[in-house]
Ligand binder design. Structure first.
Ligand code: FE
Length: 228
């Protein structure tokens, strides 16, 4: 398996390029509009065929590159079931496995940051957590139908039941981290380690974060697959 982590400095967003080295089929998870050229150049250099763009959720902090990538390649855009993205080619269901060559990408419904957020488990050991779980942090729950109790249940009941050595690859990082493990986050994540559900809810409901500055344009654009 080819697995690449790509970063957008303006929005602190990670995009993941995953490909089967035999069939050369590839998927991009959470592509960023401003990085489409970079991503296509890399895909071309590696001789890959982009089959899918896969979203973890409807983002509020950046505009997806999916629409532009669909125009420039023959890829399909896939979003979580119930995500209000009418232009998507497909909606993926909880526990559904997307095949990319011989790679298995299992969808895991993970509400909390938004109500229809999905994480993706790649070949049973790379967990793309989107904005549900960050390295030593987690996604906010104060807009876009977010819910702190749901996020607690997602992280403790769906993610923390995976084996401790599962690699954690988040949708953003603000402090320079790139990868962690489930075992590490269980032990050292200051938002949720050793915290009860009501303590987590209290903490999340009092973060008082400013809204992302791209939110007013990003959410409606992402519901149109990134068309501005
Ligand atoms: Fe988000």
């Amino acid at each position: 398996m080819l697995f690449r982590q790509l970063f957008d400095r303006d929005t602190w967003t990670y995009t993941y390029l995953i490909a089967d080295t035999d069939s050369k089929e590839a998927v991009l998870v959470d592509p960023v509009l401003e990085q489409v050229e970079r991503d296509l150049q890399l895909i071309g250099e590696l001789g890959l065929t982009l089959k899918y763009c896969l979203e973890t959720h409807v983002h509020a902090d950046h505009i997806t590159g999916t629409g532009k990538l669909k125009e420039l390649t023959h890829c399909l855009g896939i979003v979580p079931e119930k995500a209000q993205v009418n232009c998507a080619d497909r909606h993926i269901k909880d526990e559904e496995v997307l095949k990319v060559g011989n790679i298995d990408i299992k969808a895991i419904a993970s509400p909390g940051h938004t109500d229809c957020h999905f994480a993706y488990l790649v070949n049973q050991n790379h967990l793309l957590t989107g904005d549900a779980l960050f390295i030593r942090g987690c996604g906010r729950t104060d807009f876009q139908s977010g819910n702190a109790g749901d996020l607690y249940d997602t992280i403790t009941e769906r993610f923390f039941r995976l084996s401790d050595d599962t690699l954690v690859y988040p949708g953003h990082d603000y402090r320079g981290h790139m990868v962690s493990t489930i075992g590490e986050e269980k032990e050292f994540n200051p938002r949720i380690s050793h915290k009860k559900r009501d303590e987590f809810i209290e903490l999340m409901n009092n973060l008082n974060l400013p809204h992302p500055h791209k939110m007013m344009e990003a959410v409606p654009a992402n519901q149109l697959c990134g068309k501005i």
